[in-house]
Design a protein around this ligand. Sequence first.
Ligand SMILES: [Zn+2]
Ligand SMILES: [Zn+2]
Length: 251
Amino acid sequence: MFTPPFRILVSITVPVVACLLVSCVSLEFDRMTGTTFPPQHTVNGQLVTLESIFDDAGIALTVEQDETGIQPLNIAADECISDAELSTLENGHRHLSLFPSSACPFDFCNTYHLYGVVVNHYGEVLDACIPEFILGKMWQGHTRSAFAIFYRTNTIQTSGPEYLRTTAHEIGHAFNLHHSDGDGTSIMTQSDDLTGDPAYRFSEQSRDHLANHPGQCKFPGAIGAAPFTWVVNDHAAWAHPLEELTITDCQ
Ligand SMILES: [Zn+2]
Ligand SMILES: [Zn+2]
């Protein structure tokens, strides 16, 4: 006789408890036919996954591999998928809501929702199609709530370690981290700017942001989420002067 209320209690309580001391982010990850999800990778005997990369920086990320059979768009092989087409894909396939799943008003007891999609196409750079040029993109800059991986690129198809790093990098942008938050080898350093072997770790600066900056300035799809490049003043001071960003105060 008490079973139904008990079950309801459990289903409500478990996620809240799990995300009580640290906010959680659920990644709904879809892909088109002809693609794969990023593989895990072993470094010095340690298994590296998207979850472990973020866990190491104090972020509880869960990856929910969802659809695997989305049909590629009917465009030529050397054409790029546009940001508008990515948004249409997201609208058609996203099932986790744009905003957090609980009404908890604090950073430490919420579950935020991020959407990722692996497309079997090239991606646009500033509205221009330059095949092979970009590996991935966080294209929903206003809410920082969605990113895409461009599986057509040779690098993504042939290098599992690069694919894993690229995915962590785009998720980093969804957390409002910028290229200037990298330190030469870490996740947010752009591939072209690497000054050493790429590493599956966030820089001290990135870790400071992920641990200490306000929820709306970092969590993807937060209520009142600050758009990409809106960061607290301490963070703005880190920005590289050559980075093409207009850093605006987040508060
Ligand atoms: Zn980037
Ligand atoms: Zn910050």
